[in-house]
Design a binder for this molecule. Structure first.
Ligand SMILES: *[C@@H]1O[C@H](CO)[C@@H](O)[C@H](O)[C@H]1NC(C)=O
Ligand SMILES: *[C@@H]1O[C@H](CO)[C@@H](O)[C@H](O)[C@H]1NC(C)=O
Ligand SMILES: *[C@@H]1O[C@H](CO)[C@@H](O)[C@H](O)[C@H]1NC(C)=O
Length: 181
């Protein structure tokens, strides 16, 4: 599954490169991850941010931690604001409660497309959309925020198709690998 995660991350980065329309500052083009071996330069966007009352650090979950159905979570990003619509010039957030694995893999929902290494959230009017992929799903647990998902895909029938929640890579499935890097 590791190659899958890497592939997903790279694909998401490529999509973001192609579709990002906001004017962000990138000090060193060589710091880009796409298709190369360079690692992001710590002084370049998005690594250089200031923590404020609006910008805070989130934690990462423990290995194997599974959130309950309806756990409150938010996706954030600059992706399309409707299916096939325009990108957002401002960061947006959408409330996407967790859809548990049993529900998400049931018929009428995602079925066997969704694996145990993935996590579903939403399924109603709000969703992630193109340009959001690679971004975080931040979830509130015990009054603290944890990044439980990395936005991965939505239905080809439309970003907010009913019973097709936004699907994320499950961070708690890969956290040991992440910590080993
Ligand atoms: C992006 O912002 C910089 C600094 O404000 C400006 O010099 C540059 O022209 C902008 N680029 C685009 C494509 O808007
Ligand atoms: C990161 O980028 C800055 C600005 O371009 C540059 O001065 C610095 O040497 C770079 N650091 C590394 C480790 O590449
Ligand atoms: C949240 O609190 C419960 C009850 O104290 C505890 O069992 C659980 O491990 C906590 N979860 C996290 C992520 O800290």
């Amino acid at each position: 599954m590791l190659p899958f995660l890497l592939f997903t991350a790279l694909t998401a980065t490529v999509l973001a490169e192609l579709e990002l329309q906001s004017n962000y500052t990138e000090l060193s083009p060589a710091g880009r991850v796409v298709g190369g071996q360079d690692v992001p330069n710590h002084t370049s966007w998005p690594w250089q941010v200031s923590l404020t009352s609006y910008v805070k650090l989130a934690s990462l979950p423990r290995f194997g931690e599974i959130l309950p159905h309806n756990n409150p979570c938010y996706i954030t990003g600059y992706g399309r604001i409707s299916t096939g619509g325009s990108m957002s010039s401002r960061m947006k957030q959408a409330s996407l409660p967790i859809v548990d694995h049993q529900t998400c893999t049931s018929s009428g929902w995602w079925g066997s497309t969704v694996k145990t290494t993935m996590i579903c959230a939403g399924g109603g009017a709000q969703s992630g959309c193109n340009g959001d992929f690679g971004g975080p799903l931040s979830c509130k647990v015990n009054n603290s925020w944890y990044v439980h998902g990395i936005a991965s895909f939505v239905s080809g029938m439309g970003c907010n198709t009913p019973q097709k929640p936004t699907v994320f890579t499950r961070v708690s499935a890969y956290i040991e690998w992440m910590n080993s890097l």
